[in-house]
Design a binder for this molecule. Structure first.
Ligand SMILES: C[S@@+](CC[C@H](N)C(=O)[O-])C[C@H]1O[C@@H](n2cnc3c(N)ncnc32)[C@H](O)[C@@H]1O
Length: 394
């Protein structure tokens, strides 16, 4: 493992169990990359040659939750000694002397699959303590204080020092640029918690998908959700000021059902009449069915002339990992409906599934307020507020 600059190794972080699909994805996208090191949830690759423009490097990947340049590993049991060695890594010294670091991200490899036995990816107490010591030893004074709680995202377009605790005594050192939103969160995990009032864990999935995609959903927008029971994802939308039309043959929790901005259509997606979809601007789906079934249901709605759905937010469930190979075909299918801007990501809160968001064009990522309300001073059509437990995002 080389720790030279320009760098030739990359590290990736993924959900436990997703390593194989990640390797296949990287093989398809970076033809000259070779697998270097692999542990559950952490995989490194050697590029064909050193990356000549490291600040421009981007890895288009659905399954890499986070990635960066890998600059070697440190093994030892004394946190202070390892922290001092981090700053002695040649490539790190070089970056400190040239561009400097805007932030430090320290996290542990996932211990389990997200959502199993109470486990959620995120910064552990051990990772926080290690980060504190690394900051203390930093030659960059502005990095000495620990970030506020909840942790604000790192600022955009800077270098971040990555320290991944693959084992408590085996640290992998790396760095990445904060180009996209998820680059600004340690390990690609946004600082979100499942709030107490959430009726299901799907709240977290919806909250994370909104944080990642930054879909321009406005307060008062009508969102249709296929597979809404028991109602956690709907709550996340309601908490942000949206109105929700939930479709599911199963029962929705009372507190969601009684929300003035929620309406339940207790039936299957195929049984919803088009008249009931008038005014729907966003379509979310999280049904425990195959991706093809979900896409059939969504196509049935968006291809109907009576509907004008602006964007999609779909959970595609891989009942079998083999279905991941079909992902390019699923994306093509969504594009064929006129949604040209399609993004996919396996969220930290996802199970064996991925999140797909789609807009008709990339320019629609910006918030577009209805013309007649543009000059209003009241909040009727303001973009959706964040619920109180969420930090502001950059
Ligand atoms: C993973 S759960 C959804 C969780 C939900 N989004 C939440 O926030 O709590 C999957 C749901 O899909 C529903 N479902 C399965 N097939 C469906 C269909 N054809 N139409 C509507 N809902 C369906 C199931 O009844 C189940 O409630």
């Amino acid at each position: 493992m080389s720790n030279d600059w320009p760098p030739q190794f990359i590290f990736t972080v993924c959900q436990r169990g997703a390593e194989q699909v990640l390797k296949q994805e990287i093989a398809a996208r970076l033809a000259d990359a070779r697998l270097a090191f692999s542990r559950p949830g952490f995989v490194t690759f050697k590029l064909g040659e050193p990356c000549q423009q490291p600040e421009q490097f981007q890895l288009p990947s659905t399954f890499a939750r986070a990635y960066g340049f890998s600059l070697g590993k440190l093994v030892g049991s004394k946190t202070g000694e390892l922290a001092a060695q981090v700053w002695e890594t040649p490539a790190i010294k070089q970056l400190v002397a040239s561009e400097g670091f805007a932030d430090i991200h320290t996290w542990q490899r996932d211990a389990k699959l997200s959502g199993t036995r109470g486990f959620e990816p995120g910064q552990t107490l051990l990772a926080q303590e290690v980060e504190r010591v690394i900051r203390e030893r930093s030659p960059i004074e502005s990095l000495h204080p620990m970030p506020a709680v909840p942790r604000p995202p790192s600022r955009r377009n800077g270098w971040v020092l990555d320290v991944v605790l693959v084992e408590p005594n085996e640290w992998w050192i790396g760095c990445h640029r904060t180009t996209r939103r998820f680059d600004c969160w340690p390990g690609g995990v946004p600082p979100l918690d499942l709030p107490e009032h959430a009726v299901s864990r799907a709240y977290l999935k919806m909250a994370e998908s909104l944080e990642w995609s930054a879909l321009p959903i406005l307060k008062g927008d009508l969102c249709l959700e296929l597979g809404c029971a028991p109602g956690g994802a709907a709550q996340a939308l309601l908490d942000r000021g949206a109105r929700v039309l939930g479709v599911d043959p199963a029962e929705v929790e009372l507190e969601v059902n009684e929300h003035p901005n929620f309406q339940h259509l207790r039936r299957r997606s195929a049984e919803v009449s088009r008249r009931q979809l008038h005014g729907v601007r966003w379509l979310a789906a999280d049904m425990n069915v195959t991706p093809t079934y979900t896409l059939d249901a969504v196509e049935d709605i968006v291809s109907n002339k009576a509907t004008a759905v602006r964007g999609l937010l779909l959970t595609l469930k891989f009942t079998d990992w083999k279905l991941a190979a079909q992902l390019p075909g699923y994306i093509e299918r969504v594009r064929s409906w006129g949604y040209r801007d399609v993004r996919t990501r396996q969220l930290a809160s996802n199970g064996r599934e991925i999140c797909l968001v789609a807009l008709r064009s990339r320019s629609q990522r910006r918030v577009q307020r209805p013309t007649h309300t543009r000059r209003r001073k009241d909040a009727a059509h303001a973009s959706m507020p964040k619920p109180p437990h969420l930090p502001a995002n950059g």
